[in-house]
Design a protein around this ligand. Sequence first.
Ligand code: AMP
Length: 396
Amino acid sequence: MAIRTVRDLDLSGKKVLVRVDFNVPISNGTVSDDTRIRAALPTIKYILEQPETKVILMSHLGRPKGSPDPRYSLAPVAKELEKLLHRTVIMASDCVGEEVEKLVADAETGSVILLENTRFHAEETTNDESFSRALAKLGDAYVNDAFGSAHRAHASTEGVARLLPGAAGFLIEKEVQFFGPLLDNPAKPFVAIIGGAKVSTKIDVLKTLMPKCTTLIIGGGMSYTFLKAQGHSIGNSLVEEDYIETARSLIQQAKELKVELLLPLDHMVADEFSETAAADEIASPDVPDGKIAMDIGTKTIAAMKSAIAGAKSLVWNGPMGVFEFDAFAAGTLETAKMVAECKGTTVVGGGDSVAAVNKFSLAGKIDHVSTGGGASLEFLEGKKLPGIAVLERNQE
Ligand code: AMP
């Protein structure tokens, strides 16, 4: 179902309560990366362009323990937002209560108010109904634009959406537009590239994508569990013994479904897991005794190239090696470049692959770079995200 968006709401004269993802890094009292704040601007600006509206923004920041903690105040975000919006942002001292209600009521139309961290109240994460009611008192309509928190059923992402007419903001709309078809009806050939450290955290993604994709490329630390399942030697590379059987059955399933499964054909190895370790290329899927495979090699990259070049849709989640160490970043860099050059629809999700794309300044060449790590993973697992499901229910 197409999700109702902010464009479908009549916002004229309304106080609009907007859940944004302002969970940004802060150092020495200032925002050190404003990407998430910028990402929320189109929705905020759109609401302000509607006649006689007030925008009331709410977000969590970090993990305060359910009570006020100045280290997690959103006040530095209000300052940053003022610069980006070129208008005053009123910082509230709390996110619920009479004082905040009065602040909102007294604010002129066209005002932007930022509520204090929702996680200063333990009731936020327990999705407490009376806390949701207290939040709902501040608005006449609700817009959720925090995809990064949509996989959590919290008061500000789920509870409050049951109480007000609600819709998705432009960020969530875009996430759904790009992720939805990958699971429902992907354009073929559909290539899925899954990397990262562990099979255990990606197992549901692999199971969900396997029957849908044309080619499944598995790289990164998790690929050694698969290579071991195939009988290859893996030296001291990362392995999850408990998942070897699972890996074996996924390999079998790929054969049955005629899905092309591409595992590393060669490796960049080191003697120790260290940033200063020298990288050696091993031109074989077998890792010698005592060596740790920390990146894919040139043969693997070449094999990936033709599959990726012909893809009509593609999703990438998880780095192909220890990309944080320069000597082992090439596999992930080359993957990012191949994804950027792919003519099909390209989607990158997951914290580390997004970090890799940004590290190599390739985000502009990818159709959709997800704003949610955990949320994008759960989407690819085929799960209904509570923050999105509630908006769909709301319109039935
Ligand atoms: P994930 O959060 O599961 O996507 O995993 C990302 C992490 O996997 C990154 O920190 C990478 O350094 C790590 N990683 C990727 N390849 C390997 C590898 N071959 N050995 C150990 N760690 C790896």
